[in-house]
Design a protein around this ligand. Structure first.
Ligand code: SF4
Length: 341
């Protein structure tokens, strides 16, 4: 038998799972680069489907809101496929404003309901004077690399990717478009089509709500795509910068205290002033405690009335109801003279 050289031993990369839910839609560009640069293989849970949703519903208690139930389904989808599941405790990403208690506690909730979860976490609290984002992430990174120079280089590269992604988002791109453009290193100015959401001939429709809701086609009934299919141009509440959210609140007596609620209120107010926006769709999940307050704020502070469609989604919502309501919404926009509202 001829001599055969042994196959080279290749060290298996650490597999790091990221659930396609909640903060995935805000910070995945950062996490993808950070962990890949540290040598990990980044594994994302599948796109939301019936199986993932059912899994989330079956392990979650009834009083949780839909996005948290869905997170649990995505976490369960990753168990057994990776060495760690990364799920940070995100308390604040801006001074003086916080995420809702369910969002902050989501890693604990997932740990309590998904058996065998190999959780890897970090506390992100920009409002905390005694810690910094880098210090927090250095601790997590130590599971993947002991080289401080490599960790810092990964951090800088991840920040650059995140900044580029956010430039696209603020220029009007939707999540998937911004992610693809940032991965390719394109700047919004390079985009030959111009900022996404401004192409097409139809009315400009503003979609406001939590990014993890309207960017998930399954639970939002493919809202963004449906709007575009009807010829509408779409802009979302993600496109507002933190400074623009702050500007809107400087004119109000006080904010809602919650970061996501503030963004929704600021977006509705800003979009309702814009003459080019034909109507607003506000997507809200059933069981969201902070959104119940937000609706009051919107009613009390809306400067100008535009056609406003409030779509409350839950695990029992049906496709047909959404289609009918969208039709009525477009009829309403069509009846208004151009530029009115
Ligand atoms: S903000 Fe609302 S929808 Fe989001 S996690 Fe909190 S309660 Fe749930």
């Amino acid at each position: 038998m001829p001599f055969m050289a042994p196959a080279p031993v290749t060290e298996r990369k650490t597999r790091l799972g990221i659930p396609r839910a909640l903060f995935y839609y805000a910070y995945f560009p950062f996490w993808e680069v950070f962990f890949s640069e540290l040598g990990a293989e980044v594994v994302v849970s599948g796109r939301t489907n019936k199986k993932i949703l059912q899994e989330g519903l079956s392990v979650s208690t009834g009083e949780l809101c839909l996005p948290i139930k869905l997170l649990n389904g995505h976490v369960a989808d990753l168990v057994g496929r990776c060495d760690f599941v990364f799920l940070p405790y995100i308390i604040s990403t801006q001074k003086g404003s916080y995420y809702c208690p369910k969002l902050i506690a989501s890693p604990d909730i997932a740990k309590a309901v998904v058996p065998g979860l190999p959780l890897m976490s970090a506390d992100v609290d920009i409002d905390n004077f005694f810690t910094s984002l880098f210090a927090t992430l250095r601790e997590v990174a130590s599971k993947l690399s002991t080289n401080p120079v490599r960790i810092y280089a990964a951090f800088r590269k991840a920040l650059e990717r995140q900044e580029l992604f956010e430039c696209h988002i603020h220029a009007g791109a939707l999540f998937e478009e911004a992610l693809a453009a940032a991965r390719q290193g394109r700047s919004p100015a390079d985009d030959a089509r111009g900022p996404a959401g401004r192409e097409g001939e139809g009315p400009l429709v503003a979609v406001v709500g939590h990014t993890y809701l309207f960017n998930d086609p399954y639970i939002s009934f493919d809202l963004l795509h449906r709007l575009r299919e009807r010829g509408a141009r779409v802009v979302t509440s993600d496109s507002l910068s933190a400074a623009q959210v702050g500007e809107e609140f400087s004119a109000l007596e006080k904010g809602t205290h919650w970061s996501l609620g503030n963004r929704v209120v600021a977006s509705v107010i800003r979009f309702s002033r814009r003459r080019d926006v034909g109507g607003i769709v506000y997507v809200t999940p059933f069981g969201c405690s902070s959104d119940s307050l937000v609706k009051e704020y919107i009613d009390a502070n809306l400067p100008e009335r535009k056609p406003l469609l409030v779509l409350t989604v839950d695990e029992h919502s049906g496709d047909a109801g959404v289609v009918t309501r969208l039709e009525a919404f477009f009829d309403m926009i069509a009846r208004l003279p151009a530029g009115a509202g």
